[in-house]
Design a protein around this ligand. Structure first.
Ligand code: IPM
Ligand code: MN
Length: 359
């Protein structure tokens, strides 16, 4: 079996973490007789520098032809002052749109081994296991916005539009219901229906779908309350489903519950194709190129890729177990270090995980 994967290292620490993820996949495959064929493509600031465009069409084509896409991160201060249409972030937004990736899965769980790194007290974080599902191709990210922004310094006002269609809400809520059925059967839909018309539609549609599901327990929360509940009592959540912008914000908040955003993987799924897999952390330009970034977010994204895009739970489970083992044995990159741990670099953490692959 040969799997074809498009790899977009991108900017900052992207290349370091995608290398780690590829090494894990290749090592796991070699032990099962499978093989990975990785095709690297540019996107983000590096593509802007090389080709004058953050998302070359050749990169999009390669993603369409691959079974799945593995992405590092895009963006950085070097490209902060380019015009909006050329921003490095346009690469990831363009890919989400081109591949129709409407559901973004960001799982957050308690790792007992690094519980002490969480900003919350250990008894609050114990047993936390949340799947945050963020709508990814609609809402304010893709709504109309004022063009006067382009005129630069003379600009006195600016606006963006939050628009949701019924079918966009339905398909992501449906995804959440299916995910909840193979978890703890509980869904929390998050909106701001006390203020926003688009949120009132969101709540009506979500309520109608959720109330028709036997065996599914559900509730609605306003996003401000949800932000507070994530800190007060994160164990109450199973699946959270929300809009693009609210999901962006809540997923960063939820990510640190686990101890470090460096640990968190994500999967973006669409109607066709195997999806796109990337760590939740960004390009982290301040630590790029120093071999200190935590590779686990990318490594666990590779595990999600194996599970969802390739239907290979043998490789996926083996990677997850190897990560747990390395953590249990005390290996720590700088973001999760503590007294008494075994401090390691990005490469050493990757080696430690590979050495613990049991297949
Ligand atoms: C994320 C990122 C992106 C987003 C940026 C890089 C455009 O923050 O994946 O969460 O806002 O969606
Ligand atoms: Mn974000």
């Amino acid at each position: 079996m040969e799997y074809k994967i498009a790899v977009i290292p991108g900017d900052g620490v992207g290349a370091e973490v995608t290398e780690a993820a590829q090494r894990l996949l290749s090592a796991a495959a070699a032990r099962t007789g499978a093989k990975f064929q990785f095709t690297e493509k540019p996107a983000g600031g590096v593509a802007l520098d090389a080709f004058g465009c953050p998302l070359p069409s050749d990169t999009v084509d390669a993603c369409h032809h691959a079974q799945a896409v593995l992405l590092g991160a895009v963006g950085g201060p070097k490209w902060d002052n380019v015009e909006p249409a050329l921003r490095a972030e346009k690469a990831i937004l363009g890919l989400r749109q081109a591949l129709g990736l409407y559901a973004n899965l960001r799982p957050v769980r308690d790792w007992p081994a690094i519980r002490q790194c969480s900003p919350l007290k250990p008894d609050r974080i114990e047993g936390v296991d949340i799947l945050l599902i963020r709508e990814l191709t609609g809402g304010i990210y893709f709504g109309r916005r004022c063009e006067s922004e382009l005129s630069g310094d003379g600009c006195e006002q600016a606006w963006d539009t939050e628009l949701y269609r019924r079918d966009e809400i339905e398909r992501v809520v449906d995804f959440a219901i299916k995910a909840a059925r193979i978890r703890r059967s509980r869904v929390t839909s998050v909106d701001k229906a006390n203020v926003l018309a688009s949120s009132r539609l969101w709540r009506r549609v979500a309520d109608r779908m959720l109330s028709g599901q036997p065996g599914i327990e559900y509730n609605h929360l306003y996003v401000d309350n949800c932000a507070m509940q994530l800190i007060l009592n994160p164990r109450q959540f199973d699946v959270i489903v929300t809009s693009n912008l609210f999901g962006d914000i809540l997923s960063d908040e939820a990510a640190v519950l686990a101890g470090s955003i460096g640990m968190l993987p994500s999967a973006s799924m669409g109607t066709v194709g195997g999806g796109l897999y990337e760590p939740v952390h960004g390009s982290a330009p301040d630590i790029a190129g120093r071999g200190v970034v935590n590779p686990i977010g990318a490594v666990l994204s590779a595990s999600m890729l194996a599970r969802y895009a390739l239907n290979n739970s043998v490789i996926a489970d083996a990677i997850e177990r190897a990560v747990d083992k390395a953590l249990d044995e005390g290996y720590r990159t700088a973001d999760i270090s503590h007294p008494g741990c075994v401090p390691v670099s990005t490469g050493q953490m990757t080696d430690a995980i590979i050495a613990r692959l049991a297949l």
